[in-house]
Structure formats: C-alpha cells, structure tokens
Design a protein around this ligand. Structure first.
Ligand SMILES: [Zn+2]
Ligand SMILES: [Zn+2]
Length: 215
C-alpha cells in the first residue's frame, strides 16, 4: 500500500488545495490512501472523506496540531483536537485511539525553526511514530529523523506535506495490510523526494501574506 500521510487543504491558511482536487490527484498518482492533516482542524479531512467514493482508496481523518513542543500529526481522529500543551494534546489523542506521529521532528534552518523541542527518546512511549520523510524538509532533516527512528526502534511515517497540487504524492508511506497495524508492528517504509519542497514553502509564504492582506 502507498499512502501519503501528510496533506493540507484550503482549510489551512497556507494552502489553496481543494479537497476534491487532492483526492483526484492522489488517485491519479496511484496512491492507495491519504491522510488529510490540516493545521488544527479536521474540516478538510471530513470533507475529503465524504467525497471519497473509491472503494479501493482510504481517506484518513488527520490533523497537524500545534503544541508548545512542536507539531504533532494525528491519524484516525474522531474529534478535532485543539492546539496547546504537548502532553495535553497527546492525552486527548490517546482518549480517541488516534495514531500519533511527530511531524518533521528535525526541521530546522536559519529562518524557520520547526524542530521538535523535546528529545524524541523522552517522549518515545507517548507516540506511535515519527515522520521520517517530509518532502518539504531541508537536506539532512529527514536523514536525522530516519536515524533516530532506527536507533529508538520507532515506526516511521512519510508524507508530502502538500499544500499545493504540484506537491501531492512527492513522498509516501509504504506498508502491507492495514496502516494502524503496520505502524504498531513498525513495518513501514517510504519513498520520497525533497526536490519540490522549496517551491512549496515559498508558495505557502506568499499565500499567507496574501491572506493577511485580505483581512
Ligand atoms: Zn508542519
Ligand atoms: Zn504540514
């Protein structure tokens, strides 16, 4: 199975992607499923799941939640989780039996520090996986995440972090059977390229600026 586990729609301020188009592209590119992971909302994911009529395609309701320690990716959500304290967010996710991954744990550059604040080892028992490949990461960030997952025997998730059409499917998670089970058994691999990442990041920057000006 090939699932892109990190996608945004226009319910995120930095994206212009319509749920309809995201679904269409993911199908066209040969994926078997996607997680829709908007910033602090599941509205786009719920919409995409409703629109999904492919019997052989799964839409996972996800969310990328802002916490004081960094961003958390959650899959198989029933209810939206509010941003806040990392440990409170994890508690709410556990209560609804969601699958938890740390988004781009080592994303860092001079202009943008989105690195996860705690050592992964110290939160290892609170999470199911870390994101080992994010197509918007800078060279070196993914490699560090991969090494860390290996060292701590943690499952890895991968996704494009698509905010625009050209980014969909630029990275994906590969597994056999059911995703939840594959993550639990740490049997996931990935494929991806960071070639388009910088263009995506710049497009999001412009989009946010534009949205700011309209207000
Ligand atoms: Zn993020
Ligand atoms: Zn994201």
């Amino acid at each position: 199975m090939k699932y892109d586990l990190h996608n945004h729609t226009y319910y995120s301020r930095c994206s212009n992607l319509k749920p309809e188009l995201l679904l269409k592209l993911a199908n066209k590119k040969g994926l078997d499923g996607i997680a829709v992971t908007d910033h602090n909302t599941i509205r786009g994911a719920v919409k995409a799941k409703k629109l999904n009529d492919g019997r052989n395609f799964e839409v996972i309701i996800g969310e990328e939640i802002t916490t004081d320690a960094g961003e958390v990716l959650a899959f198989y959500l029933k209810d939206e989780v509010k941003p806040g304290n990392f440990f409170d967010v994890i508690d709410s996710l556990r209560k609804q039996n969601a699958v938890v991954s740390i988004a781009h744990p080592f994303r860092a550059s001079l202009s943008m520090n989105k690195r996860f604040k705690y050592g992964i080892e110290s939160v290892k028992n609170k999470i199911d996986a870390i994101e080992v490949f994010n197509a918007r990461n800078l060279p070196g960030n993914n490699e560090l995440a991969q090494k860390t997952a290996k060292r701590l025997n943690l499952a890895g998730t991968a996704g494009s972090d698509a905010h625009f059409a050209f980014e969909v499917c630029s990275a994906y998670t590969i597994f056999d059977g059911e995703l939840r089970d594959a993550i639990k058994r740490k049997r996931t691999s990935y494929k991806g390229s960071i070639l388009y990442g910088p263009f995506g990041g710049f497009a999001s920057f412009l989009r946010k600026r534009l949205a700011g000006m309209q207000k």
